[in-house]
Structure formats: C-alpha cells, structure tokens
Design a protein around this ligand. Structure first.
Ligand SMILES: Nc1nc2c(ncn2[C@@H]2O[C@H](COP(=O)(O)OP(=O)(O)OP(=O)(O)O)[C@@H](O)[C@H]2O)c(=O)[nH]1
Ligand SMILES: [Mg+2]
Length: 328
C-alpha cells in the first residue's frame, strides 16, 4: 500500500504560504567574525565575541527575520586543528551544526585572506588562519555542498585588494556566491540577508516572531561571564576556564539571584582570576551583571565562585553543561 496521504479528488486551491524558514550555519576559522556577524544579522547580541581565537565553544542559534523569511542562524565554533578533548568537541560541533543547516556561510577574515593572496610572508597567526580556511574548504569539498563565501572585515582593507582575494577563493569551486561584508559596520549585510532568505524553505516559521535566540537563560548567563573572562584574562587561562550557572532564583521583588562557578585548571590561575584585592573578579562580575540586567530587564544579583578543578577538561559533566559531545 502506498503511504501517500489520502487527498480529496476535488482538492481545494493550493494555499502557497508566503513565509519561509530554515537554518543557516556560519562556519569558518577562529576569529573570522562569525559571532559578530550572527549578532549583526540578528540585530542583537546572542553570541559572545572577543578578540581572541576560539571564543565560541558550541553552536549558538540566533534568529533573524528578513522579508517573509525566518532565518535561524547557527553560529559555530571555529574550525582548527584540534589538540585537546575540548578542541575536538568544538570542531565536531561546528561540522555537526553545518550538517544540519539548509544554507552554509563560510566566513573568512578578508584582511588575512588578502595578505595570504598577496603572497607576503605571513605572521604565525595569519598562517594558522590560512590553514584553517583551507581546512574549511576541504571540509566543504568533502560534503559536496556549496557555501556562500562571506568575506568579512572589509572595513579593514582597501577595496582594490578585495577582487583578487575573492577570485582566488572562489576558484576553489566550493562557493555558490560571494558577499563582501563588514559585521562591524553592517556593510554588505543586506545582500547576505537576501541570499539567506532565498535559501529558506517555504513553510511556517520555526520560532515565535519575537524570539531572537534559542539558548537556555542559564547557559546564556554563563556565556556572558565567560566572555568577560576572555576579555580580561590572557594567555592560556581563558582556554583552561569554563563557567557554569548553578542556580537561578527569582525573588519576590522581581530581581534574580544567579550563582555561577568559574572553573579553572590551575592553582596559579585562581590568583590571576581574582586579581589584586579581588579587582579582576570584581570587574568580571560587574560587567557580566550589567549585561545580564540589560538582557533580562531586571535587577540581577550575581555570585561567582572560583574553583580549581585540574581535570575539568576530562569531566563529562563540564561538556554536557555546554551541550558538547564528550567523545567527539
Ligand atoms: N574590523 C572588524 N572587526 C571585526 C569584524 N567582525 C568581527 N570583528 C572582530 O573580530 C574579532 C573576532 O570576532 P568574533 O565574532 O568573536 O569571531 P568568531 O569567528 O566568532 O571567533 P571564534 O568564536 O573564536 O571562532 C573581534 O574582535 C571582533 O570585534 C568586522 O567586520 N570588522
Ligand atoms: Mg565566535
């Protein structure tokens, strides 16, 4: 028997919905500006950003509406050569995020790509980024899917360098379109929005019209604090740190008490994270609280406990707290 649905012989006129929806994954090397671009497309901060590589650790969904399309943007962790268990989980999560998407956007730092295309001697950071760009291209080639190439940070380079750079990359044969954007200034975003909207599938929207992110509040709060750690602390410390929200209690007066733990891997990191007279932790806590208050539109009492847990990167619970596969 056929499993086709039974339809009336005299079917009424087809109603063609004018709305469309779907997922668009933003992929790329660390620091390309994927999270900044996600936030710019959403029109609100949904994913944390820092000047450091490997800020994003798990796919974050932000929701944008363009014309009649609802575009669920999936900001993914950067793709790089993993060494630690956490790295492997991040990179695996990035590819998993891409696999589920209707549309792929490869975000490339145009300034680095231009230096690379010019054949100049690259700094070690640029060289690593160029390798990671190749890694993404190789991955795209393997999946056989075409991506939109988003050359980002065009505010940083002279327009005459852009054409060569985009041609060199386009010749890789893995792209359907090229857009030149600046997540920082907003230039070029309209065309990217148009392309993404066209790639969505006709049908109802996936989220309520006013929803801008799909991330639990407690996790979002932990991310906001982790961003401050990335902004304020340096070298290996941020990479060996993770933040979890342990409890969230609404109070009668409308305020909320949020308790978080900042896990560190080394005893000497604890002194650094707390700082002289507690100044560093105070800064982290104050900045995080301010942002949370703005997001929640209510008063927040934030308590951050610092714990040294040498082996947290080999604890399954630390991974599941951020939705990462432990055995990636
Ligand atoms: N000038 C300029 N800077 C940008 C632009 N987009 C992002 N940035 C900066 O680039 C840095 C990295 O941005 P992120 O959005 O965190 O990059 P990412 O690709 O999400 O990085 P990971 O999460 O580490 O993979 C930050 O300092 C941003 O402010 C841009 O269009 N122009
Ligand atoms: Mg990011």
């Amino acid at each position: 028997m056929s499993d086709e649905p039974v339809v009336a012989h005299s079917a009424p006129d087809l109603v063609i919905p004018d709305t469309s929806a779907g997922f668009a994954a933003l992929m790329g090397a660390p620091n390309a500006g994927k999270s900044t671009l996600t936030n710019a497309l959403v029109g609100q901060k949904v994913s944390i950003v820092s000047q450091k590589v490997q800020t994003t650790r798990f796919p974050v969904r932000g929701i944008a509406i363009h014309k009649t399309a609802q575009i669920v943007l999936v900001d993914t962790p950067g793709v790089f050569k993993p060494t630690r268990r956490l790295d492997r989980a991040m990179v695996a999560a990035a590819w998993a995020g891409a696999g589920d998407a209707d549309s792929l956007v490869h975000v490339v730092d145009a300034a680095v790509a231009a230096r690379s295309a010019a054949g100049a001697k690259l700094s070690s950071g640029d060289a690593r980024t160029s390798e990671d760009v190749e890694r993404v291209i190789a991955g795209l080639r393997e999946t056989g899917r075409k991506a939109i190439l988003a050359l980002n940070k065009v505010d940083l380079i002279a327009p005459e360098h852009l054409l060569d750079t985009s041609r060199t990359l386009f010749d890789e044969g893995v792209y359907s379109d090229v857009v030149m954007v600046s997540a920082a200034t907003g230039s070029g975003l309209e065309r990217l929005r148009d392309l993404l909207a066209e790639a969505m599938t006709p049908g109802p929207w996936l989220y309520p019209e006013d929803q801008v992110a799909d991330i639990p509040q407690m996790l979002m709060a932990a991310e906001i604090t982790r961003e401050k750690v990335f902004l304020r602390l340096h070298e290996e410390l941020p990479y060996q740190a993770t933040v979890e929200t342990e409890s969230w209690q609404g109070r009668k007066d409308g305020s909320v008490r949020v308790d978080q733990v900042l896990y560190l891997a080394r005893e000497n990191h604890k002194a650094m994270a707390i700082g002289k007279g507690g100044a560093t932790l105070k800064w982290i806590s104050m900045e995080s609280r301010k942002e949370l208050q703005e997001l929640l539109q209510r008063q927040v009492h934030l308590f951050i406990q610092v714990k040294v847990r040498e082996n947290w990167q080999n604890e399954r619970a630390r991974f599941s707290a951020i939705g990462l596969e432990f055995e990636a």
